[in-house]
Design a protein around this ligand. Structure first.
Ligand SMILES: NC(=O)C1=CN([C@@H]2O[C@H](COP(=O)(O)OP(=O)(O)OC[C@H]3O[C@@H](n4cnc5c(N)ncnc54)[C@H](O)[C@@H]3O)[C@@H](O)[C@H]2O)C=CC1
Ligand SMILES: O=C(CO)COP(=O)(O)O
Length: 399
C-alpha cells in the first residue's frame, strides 16, 4: 500500500513528505504469519507467535523437519526438547506457493545473513508491492562478499521501496529462553516507524517487551558487531582469563561498536540499547552463545574448521568478522579487538599472542567518537532514495 506521509514529527524536525510503501493493514489479532527458517530462532519465533494465537506457517528447507514437525509438533534438529503449539504448520522444502505468500499478513525472515540474498531473489517475483505483508528480519550479520547490511540486500533483491518498509528485530534473546517464556526485551526498528509499531504489536507479550526506534542501520550493526566481541570474550575465557578481562572486552567492545557505528552513520545512542549493549552483554557472558562458544574453543586450542563442523548451528560472527574488518579498514576506525578477532580467525594468529598485543598497545583516550561523517550510511540511504538530512536526523534523534 503506497501512501504519502511524514516520517518525522513536525515539532522536532523539518517537516518532509516522503513517498513510502506500507504493509497491508494488520488484523487486531490472529495474524497469518509465514516464518522463513526453521532453525533455533525461526522455530522459536514461530512458537512465540503460535503461543499468541496467530496462524503460523514455518518454512523449512529440510524435508525431514517439515514431515517430523507436522506429525509430532517438534523440531527434530533445533530446540528438540520443545513441544510446539498446534497452530503452526511446517511448509517446504520447496519455496512456499505465491498464493500463501500473498495471503499472509506477515513474512518473518530468520535466515542467516549469508543465505538471505538467494532466498529473497527467489521470493521477489511472488511479492505484490500493493498488497505487501509486514516484513520482519531478525538475522544478525554482514554479507561477506559485499559488506552489505540486510537493508542493502533487501534493496538489491526487492527494491528500495520494500527495503524502506522492512523492520528489524534485535536484542538479547536466546531462542531457548524465549520458548520458556523467560522475560525478554528487544529493539524493533524501521525507517518507516509505523511498520516498527506493527511488528512490536505482533510480538509484544507479558513476557516479551518490544521497544521501537528509527535507526535500522544502528540496530543492524549492533546485532552484527556484538557477535564479533562475543567471539573475543569466549576466547578470553577459553584462555583462562577471568572477570576483569571479560569486563574489559565488553566495555571496550561497546566503545569500538559505537565508534564503528557512528563512523558508518548510525546513531551512537543505538549502541546503548537492547540490540547494542544488551545483546553484547548477553552473548559475551554466556556459553549458550554460539559465537562465545566458537571463541572459547579457539581459546582452548581447537581449530576453527573443526569448531564450525561440530557446532551444530550457525555462528554468524565468523563470516561477519570478514565484513567488519573491511568496514573498519574503509572507515579508518580504530577497532583493535575486532581486528584481533579477524587475525585469529583468518590470519592464523595465536590467541595468546593476540591478547598480549592488545594489552601492549600504547595508552589512548578512553572515549572518543570518530570525526568521519557516515559515508556508508549515506551511500545506503541514497540507494533507498533517502537523503543525508534524514541521516542527520537519525544521528541526532533517539533511536
Ligand atoms: N538462536 C538465537 O537465539 C538467535 C538467533 N538470531 C539470528 O537468527 C538467524 C538465524 O539463526 P538460527 O536460527 O539461530 O540459526 P540455526 O543455525 O539454528 O539455523 C540455521 C537456519 O538457516 C537455514 N539455512 C541453512 N542454509 C540455508 C540456505 N542456504 N538458505 C536458506 N536457509 C538456510 C537452516 O535451514 C536453518 O533454518 C541468525 O542470523 C542469528 O544470528 C537472532 C537472535 C537470537
Ligand atoms: O544473538 C543471540 C541472542 O541474542 C544469539 O547469539 P549466538 O548467535 O551467539 O548464539
Amino acid at each position: 500500500m503506497r501512501t504519502l506521509f511524514s516520517r518525522f514529527h513536525p515539532t522536532h524536525s523539518r517537516f518532509r513528505l516522503i513517498s513510502m510503501v506500507h504493509s497491508k493493514p494488520q488484523p487486531a489479532s490472529n495474524s497469518k504469519v509465514l516464518v522463513f527458517g526453521a532453525g533455533n530462532f525461526g522455530s522459536c519465533l514461530a512458537s512465540h507467535l503460535g503461543d499468541s494465537q496467530h496462524e503460523v506457517y514455518m518454512w523449512a528447507r529440510e524435508e525431514k523437519i517439515v514431515k517430523h514437525f507436522n506429525l509430532l509438533h517438534r523440531n527434530p534438529v533445533y530446540l528438540t526438547d520443545h513441544s510446539f503449539p498446534l497452530n503452526i504448520t511446517a511448509v517446504g522444502p520447496q519455496m512456499p506457493h505465491r498464493n500463501l505468500i500473498n495471503s499472509v499478513d506477515v513474512l518473518l525472515f530468520a535466515i542467516p545473513t549469508q543465505f538471505l540474498r538467494a532466498t529473497l531473489q527467489t521470493l521477489r517475483p511472488s511479492l505484490d508491492i500493493d498488497n505487501l505483508p509486514l516484513l520482519i528480519f531478525v538475522n544478525k550479520g554482514i554479507e561477506v562478499d559485499t559488506n552489505a547490511l540486510t537493508l542493502e540486500i533487501i534493496a538489491d533483491t526487492c527494491g528500495a521501496e520494500i527495503a524502506k518498509a522492512a523492520t528489524f528485530i534485535s536484542g538479547p534473546s536466546f531462542a531457548k529462553e524465549i520458548v520458556e517464556r523467560q522475560p525478554t526485551s528487544v529493539s524493533v526498528a524501521s525507517f518507516t516507524e509505523t511498520e516498527a509499531d506493527k511488528a512490536a504489536a505482533l510480538f509484544h507479550q507479558p513476557h516479551f517487551r518490544c521497544y521501537t526506534g528509527v535507526d535500522p542501520i544502528g540496530i543492524e550493526l549492533s546485532g552484527a558487531l556484538k557477535n564479533v566481541y562475543a567471539i573475543a570474550s569466549g576466547m578470553s575465557d577459553g584462555l583462562g582469563f577471568q572477570n576483569n578481562t571479560r569486563a574489559m572486552i565488553i566495555t571496550r567492545g561497546l566503545s569500538e561498536m559505537t565508534c564503528i557505528g557512528s563512523a558508518y552513520g548510525a546513531s551512537p545512542l543505538t549502541f546503548l540499547g537492547l540490540a547494542g549493549v544488551g545483546d553484547l552483554f548477553l552473548t559475551c557472558s554466556s556459553s549458550n552463545s554460539r559465537n562465545y562458544t566458537v571463541g572459547y574453543r579457539l581459546g582452548k586450542g581447537e581449530k576453527l574448521d573443526a569448531i564450525i563442523e561440530t557446532l551444530g548451528s550457525i555462528a554468524e560472527g565468523v563470516p561477519t568478522t570478514k565484513g567488519v574488518k573491511k568496514i573498519i579498514d574503509e572507515l579508518g576506525v580504530q577497532a583493535p579487538i575486532a581486528s584481533s578477532v579477524y587475525d585469529v580467525l583468518f590470519s592464523g594468529k595465536d590467541t595468546r599472542a593476540a591478547v598480549r598485543e592488545l594489552m601492549e598497545l600504547p595508552p589512548s583516550r578512553e572515549l572518543e567518537l570518530p570525526p568521519t561523517a557516515g559515508e556508508p550510511a549515506r551511500r545506503l540511504l541514497a540507494k533507498l532514495g533517502l537523503d543525508t538530512e534524514q541521516l542527520n536526523h537519525l544521528k541526532h534523534s533517539n533511536t
